[in-house]
Design a protein around this ligand. Structure first.
Ligand code: NAI
Ligand code: MG
Length: 487
C-alpha cells in the first residue's frame, strides 16, 4: 500500500492519485529517484491501472455538469486562487522538482514555478476578457459561442513537469472542461504536490484529477476512453502516434507538442558575442529542452571567431548539484536517458562525424554528460536529423542566406528557430522562411503566454496559448438569429 504522504527534505509530498477531490492510494507503486544521486530513492508513488483511469474519467464526467456551469467569474476565482497557492508554495514545489528531475533550483524558483502560477492567472484574465464574436449579415446576427466540451485528458513529459502541465491544464479548466492529468513517470513529484492545493482553491470535486503511473497502461487507458472529449499531449512523436490513433478511434480532437531540432543561425552581420553566448546557453538544463537550438548554423566568414567565443562560454559551464546556485548543467534525468544520449554520440563517432568537444559521460557511473559539439560528416547524419534531448549540439557552416534557410528546414521537425543578425530585412526574410512554430530573433525563450505555441511536421499538431487553446477546448457553436420580424 502506498503511504499517502512521504517526507522529502522536510517537505510532505502526496504519493497517491487525486480523484474526485480525494487522495487515493494504490496497492501497486513505482519508485522515483534523484538524478543527482541515483541511489537516493525519493518516494514510492501510486501506480495507476486501467481501473484508476476508469475511476478518474468517471469523476471527471460526473463533475462536468457542475464545473462547466460555473460562471466565468467563479471559474476565474478558482484559477486565481490556485495561482496564489502555487506562488505561496513555490519554494517547496521547486525543491521537490529539483530533487526529482534535477532541474536547476534557482531557475525553478525564479522562472518556472512562477510561470506555472502565471499560466492560471493569465487564463483567469483571458476568460474574463474574452469577447463573444458577433456580426450581422443577411438580416441575421451571427454569434459565435464557445461551449465547454467535456472531460479532457492531459498527458505530459518529464522535463519541466510542473510548468508544462499547468500550461495545458489552465486553458482546459478555464474553458469549463474537467481535467485528468497524468504526469510522466520519471518525475511525478512536483505535480503530486499540486494535488494539495486543488480543493483549497475551490474547485468542485472531480473538476481536476491527477493520476500517477505509466504511459503504456494508465496513459493508454485514459486516452482511449470514449467519454473523454479532448486529448492534449506533450512528449515524443512515437507516443503521439499511439495517442493520435486512440483519439482518432473516438473522433476526438487531439493536440500534440512534440520534439524539436531547432536551428540557431548565426549571420556574419550579428553581435557575435551575444550569439556565441546564447549558443553555449543551449547546454543549460543539459539540453533537456524541446525548444533548444541544437543545430548551430554559422556563416563561413565568422566560423573561427564564433568557435573561439563559443568554447570560452562553454568552458564556464559548471556540472554539479542542481541545488547549488553555481551549477549551470544538471544531471540528466535517468540512467536510461544518459545511455540514449551517449549512444547517439557513439553512433555519430562510428559514422565519421567529428566530435569537436565533449562526447563523454562527465564522471563515470554518474548522470552528467559533458557539453558536446559535433561537426557532422553530412547533413544526413543521424546526429543532425534526430532529437537527442541532451547536451549535444551540431555545427555546420553556410555561405548564403538561401543555404542557411535550406539547412534550417532540412529536418522532419519544426518547433523553434533562433536567428542572430543585425539586419531587420534579413531577420524578416529568414524569420518568415524558417518553418517552425516560433522563431526568435536576437533572443531566446521569451514568450508571451497569449501567443500561439506549437510545432510543424513531427514537432506537433495544433496550437496552444491564449485564445488558441480556448478554441481547442471548446465546441464552437454558431447561433444564427433572424433580425427581422418573424412573419
Ligand atoms: P514520452 O512520449 O515518452 O512520454 C510523454 C508522456 O506520455 C508520459 O507521461 C508517458 O507516460 C506518456 N505515455 C507514453 N506512452 C503512452 C501511451 N501509449 N498512451 C498514453 N500516454 C503515454 O516523452 P518523454 O520522454 O517523457 O518526454 C520527452 C519528449 O517530450 C521529447 O521528445 C521532447 O521534445 C518532448 N517535449 C516537447 C515539448 C513541446 O512543448 N513541444 C516540451 C517538452 C518536451
Ligand atoms: Mg525522478
Amino acid at each position: 500500500m502506498a503511504h499517502e504522504y512521504v517526507e522529502i527534505e522536510g517537505i510532505s509530498v502526496p504519493t497517491g492519485h487525486f480523484i474526485g477531490g480525494e487522495h487515493v492510494s494504490s496497492v501497486e507503486t513505482f519508485e522515483t529517484r534523484s538524478p543527482m544521486q541515483w541511489d537516493w530513492k525519493l518516494a514510492d508513488i501510486a501506480r495507476g491501472t486501467k481501473e484508476t483511469a476508469n475511476q478518474a474519467v468517471t469523476a471527471a464526467v460526473d463533475a462536468f455538469p457542475v464545473w462547466s456551469r460555473y460562471t466565468v467569474q467563479d471559474r476565474a476565482t478558482c484559477l486565481q486562487h490556485l495561482a496564489d497557492l502555487i506562488d505561496e508554495n513555490k519554494d517547496d514545489i521547486a525543491t521537490v522538482e529539483c530533487l526529482d528531475m534535477a532541474m536547476l533550483l534557482e531557475s525553478l524558483k525564479l522562472r518556472l514555478i512562477p510561470r506555472a502560477a502565471l499560466n492560471f492567472r493569465n487564463y483567469a484574465n483571458i476568460i474574463i476578457d474574452a469577447e463573444e464574436r458577433a456580426w450581422s449579415s443577411k438580416g441575421t446576427l451571427n454569434r459565435i459561442i464557445r461551449m465547454p466540451a467535456g472531460p479532457a485528458v492531459i498527458i505530459t513529459p518529464w522535463n519541466a513537469p510542473f510548468m508544462l502541465s499547468t500550461w495545458k491544464v489552465a486553458p482546459a479548466l478555464a474553458s469549463g472542461n474537467t481535467v485528468i492529468l497524468k504526469p510522466a513517470e520519471w518525475s511525478p513529484l512536483s505535480t503530486a504536490k499540486l494535488t494539495e492545493f486543488i480543493n483549497e482553491a475551490g474547485f468542485p470535486s472531480g473538476a481536476f484529477n491527477i493520476v500517477q503511473g505509466f504511459g503504456s497502461d494508465l496513459g493508454a487507458a485514459l486516452v482511449s476512453d470514449p467519454r473523454v472529449k479532448r486529448v492534449s499531449f506533450t512528449g515524443s512523436p512515437e507516443t503521439a502516434r499511439k495517442i493520435g490513433h486512440a483519439a482518432a478511434e473516438n473522433i476526438v480532437p487531439f493536440t500534440a507538442e512534440l520534439g524539436g531540432k531547432g536551428p540557431l543561425i548565426v549571420f556574419e552581420d550579428c553581435d557575435l558575442d551575444a550569439a556565441a553566448k546564447k549558443a553555449a546557453g543551449q547546454f543549460d538544463d543539459s539540453g533537456q529542452v524541446c525548444l533548444a537550438g541544437t543545430r548551430l548554423l554559422v556563416q563561413t566568414g565568422v566560423m573561427g571567431d564564433f568557435l573561439k567565443l563559443f568554447h570560452a562560454y562553454t568552458d564556464q559551464h559548471v556540472m554539479g548539484d542542481s541545488r547549488d546556485a553555481a551549477t549551470t548543467m544538471a544531471a540528466l534525468i535517468h540512467p536510461l536517458h544518459i545511455e540514449k544520449v551517449a549512444a547517439f554520440v557513439e553512433r555519430a563517432r562510428a559514422n565519421g562525424d567529428k566530435i569537436i568537444r565533449g562526447g563523454k559521460v562527465h564522471k563515470e557511473g554518474r548522470l552528467w554528460y559533458e557539453p558536446t559539439l559535433i561537426q557532422p560528416k553530412s547533413n544526413n547524419s543521424e546526429i543532425v536529423q534526430n532529437e537527442i534531448f541532451g547536451p549535444v549540439l551540431t555545427i555546420q557552416d553556410f555561405e548564403t542566406e538561401e543555404e542557411a534557410i535550406a539547412l534550417a528546414n532540412s529536418t522532419k521537425y519544426g518547433l523553434s528557430g533562433i536567428i542572430y543578425t543585425s539586419s531587420a530585412e534579413r531577420a524578416e526574410r529568414v524569420g518568415r522562411a524558417v518553418r517552425s512554430g516560433i522563431v526568435w530573433i536576437n533572443c531566446f525563450l521569451i514568450r508571451d503566454l497569449s501567443a500561439p505555441f506549437g510545432g510543424i511536421g513531427e514537432s506537433g499538431i495544433g496550437r496552444e496559448g491564449g485564445d488558441y487553446a480556448l478554441d481547442f477546448h471548446a465546441d464552437l457553436k454558431t447561433l444564427q438569429i433572424y433580425e427581422g420580424s418573424v412573419t
